[in-house]
Design a protein. Structure first.
Length: 417
């Protein structure tokens, strides 16, 4: 009887966490400036102001810095509980900061005026992401549901991105560049309120205090993480796995200047790509969740290589839709594979630091990838997209050579649900 009660309680806890992760990551999908509702309006605004692809990439690149220093946020939450909680209080505070920052952007007019507010949104979203990563690692270990939680997070992240891309495109199509940006910022300011309301209702976190014992236990976990050869191998793999010269901004310029796509259709393409991500998350939940970690990584590399190369076929609106959907699907499988790998290698009591550290390695690779791609496009390939796509696909394929070095066990990536 006690076992049955425990199983039922665990199922309720998992359901609460699934709803919690859905809400938080939907807000992340709306509010992250790099991918959310403000992305296309801001890119369009900067383009209309005469900025080049490299300048736009550099401006967005500043927003990546908080994502590189995520281990700092993880350390603070691991070591210093706020109002008795290691995650809950910080998450509410970060969400409030994001809301205030986006409200500030909606009231200002020039990139130099709202740059600090935009950077604050990035810090707030990176902090929230760090906290959710720690919660994923902790609860994934407790309930043996790491892969399920990863899939849930990123499913709703891309549901939100799909809607954000559509709305962002419509705003740019029908409003002036400045008005579209302000409207997007206003919507992004409201979204974090959902996290502020949902967190105390759904997140059942035990109280904690900064005693000598808890500090010592956390410090031991961090030292174990830093000494772990396996963790360093995973970090090296994640960097090389994510580093392939990106062509997102060059592709935007290519679609507007050479293919003549409307802003509304480019927004629709973002929604189509997000639909591919959603399809990937659902397929993983239904069919792929029991694959071994190594097999899932190999599959993601093959799909990533083929989907990157498929952009060579992008010549009109139909091909653009097919290519973006395929790329979104492949990207979701890659994301689930890499984040599950990271979550499974986080030591106890240092989950915030370890998971954030691994994600920062991946984010650093993304920054290098985006800027390398923009540089190659402008200065090496003479604004030709084809050679950049070939280099990106080839770099993705090289990651397959590194999988055997991880020494992954052949057990399934997740337990039964």
């Amino acid at each position: 009887m006690a076992v049955a009660d425990t199983d039922q309680e665990n199922r309720r806890a998992v359901r609460r966490l699934m709803l919690f992760f859905a809400i938080v990551f939907a807000v992340e999908g709306i509010g992250q400036a790099r991918v959310g509702i403000i992305l296309q309006p801001l890119t369009s605004y900067l383009k209309a102001d005469g900025w080049t692809p490299l300048q736009v990439t550099a401006y967005f690149g500043v927003l990546n810095f908080p994502w590189v220093i995520k281990p700092v946020f993880g350390l603070v939450s691991d070591f210093v509980p706020l109002f008795g909680y290691r995650r809950t209080s910080y998450l509410i505070l970060a969400s409030a900061c994001a809301s205030v920052a986006y409200a500030g952007i909606a009231l200002l007019n020039h990139p130099s005026e709202f740059a600090l507010f935009l950077l604050l949104t990035s810090y707030a979203m990176a902090t929230a992401s760090t906290l959710c990563g720690a919660l994923l690692a902790e609860n994934g270990r407790t309930f043996e549901r790491s892969s399920l939680f990863v899939g849930q997070q990123w499913l709703w992240f891309y549901v939100a991105i799909m809607l954000s891309a559509f709305v962002g495109g419509e705003l740019v199509e029908h409003l002036s560049a400045s008005t579209a940006l302000k409207a997007a910022a206003g919507i992004a300011a409201v979204a974090p309120l959902a996290v502020i309301l949902a967190t105390p209702l759904l997140l059942k976190e035990p109280r904690s205090r900064a005693s000598r014992e808890t500090v010592h236990s956390t410090l031991q976990g961090i030292v174990a993480a830093l000494k772990s050869r396996q963790l360093w191998l995973v970090a090296a793999f994640l960097f090389l796995y994510a580093f392939a010269p990106g062509f997102g901004t060059p592709l935007y310029y290519h679609m507007t200047d050479r293919l003549g796509f409307s802003q509304a259709y480019i927004g629709t393409l973002g929604s189509i790509a997000a639909a591919g991500w959603i399809a990937g998350a659902l397929l993983h939940r239904w069919l792929l969740r029991r694959m071994s970690a190594g097999s899932l990584l190999y599959l993601s590399i093959v799909l990533g290589t083929l989907s990157a190369a498929s952009f060579l076929l992008l010549t009109d609106e139909l091909s653009a839709a097919l290519v973006n959907f395929t790329n979104g699907f492949a990207s979701m499988i890659a994301t689930i594979a890499s984040l599950t790998l990271a979550a499974r290698h986080c030591p106890s009591r240092a989950e915030g630091f370890a998971f954030a550290g691994l994600m920062s390695v991946s984010n650093l690779a993304d920054i290098c990838s985006i800027n390398a791609g923009a540089f190659l496009y402008e200065h090496v390939f003479d604004s030709r997209l084809g050679p950049l796509i070939v280099v990106s696909a080839a770099t993705t394929a090289v990651a397959a050579v590194l999988v055997p070095w991880l020494g992954l066990r052949p057990n399934p990536v997740d337990s039964s649900s």
